[in-house]
Design a protein around this ligand. Structure first.
Ligand code: AMP
Length: 220
């Protein structure tokens, strides 16, 4: 089963994908996480992607698409994946459709998370991530803080703010890119009949964990 998490930065795609991944066994494939791991390990891919990511721009398709294509061939992906952060443009969605067709698969479900813009900016500024690349647990210092400030509950590593979350210019650029390039995917997948839109907001007391639990029920 191929599930795609759609939604602007800070809506909780990673949180929902992580919970659903644990319950279903489908691996969470986060392009952002793969890039960050490569950046921290200073691989060729990481060095090539770094300048785009730190400035809040999209990494070119020549780098991103083959990386995803390769990831889909891993043994753990044979029953499907939860894509988190890919596709981000119509071109990427078309390339993904082609890739999946070649593999005899298709996109089964697209979960579109929608959060009011003021909340999104606040969530990005208050997001902290575990520096242990094998853990990567995400916290929010207001909504879901760790038990000990600055320390990951799960593995004890240091938490930090993502570089692109601390720079207001990069935040705004990412949100603009989302509006311009990624949001057309909502219609793209709606037309295919696979879209499910979910509101995530403190104003209605519905958080990522609630969406994840409903999704797990639906998939059972
Ligand atoms: P994320 O963790 O999903 O917010 O991604 C962090 C950054 O990685 C983005 O701001 C982009 O620079 C880059 N990135 C992640 N996924 C993609 C993608 N599908 N296409 C291009 N760039 C991406």
């Amino acid at each position: 089963m191929i599930i795609i998490m759609l939604g602007a930065q800070g809506t909780g795609k990673g949180t929902v994908a992580g919970i659903v991944s644990k319950e279903t066994g489908l691996p969470q494939v986060s392009t952002g996480d793969i890039f960050r791991k490569n950046i921290s390990e200073k691989t060729e891919l990481g060095i090539a992607a770094d300048k785009y990511i730190s400035s809040g721009n999209l990494v070119p398709d020549e780098i991103t698409v083959p990386m995803v294509k390769d990831r889909l061939t891993w043994e753990d992906a044979k029953n499907g994946v939860i894509l988190d952060g890919f596709p981000r443009t119509i071109e990427q969605a078309e390339k993904l459709d082609k890739m999946l067709e070649e593999m005899g698969q298709k996109v089964d479900l697209v979960v579109n998370l929608v959060t009011p813009r003021e909340e999104i900016i606040d969530r990005m500024l208050t997001r902290r991530v575990c520096t242990n690349q094998d853990c990567k647990t995400t916290y929010n210092i207001k909504l879901s803080p760790p038990k000990v400030e600055g320390i990951c509950d799960k593995c004890g590593s240091q938490l930090k703010q993502r570089e692109d979350d601390s720079d207001p210019e990069a935040i705004n650029r990412r949100l603009e890119i989302y509006e311009e390039k990624t949001s057309p995917l909502v219609e793209y997948y709606d037309k295919k009949g696979v879209l499910s839109t979910e509101k995530v907001s403190v104003s209605i007391n519905r958080m990522g964990i609630d969406v994840a639990n409903d999704l797990i029920e639906k998939l059972r």
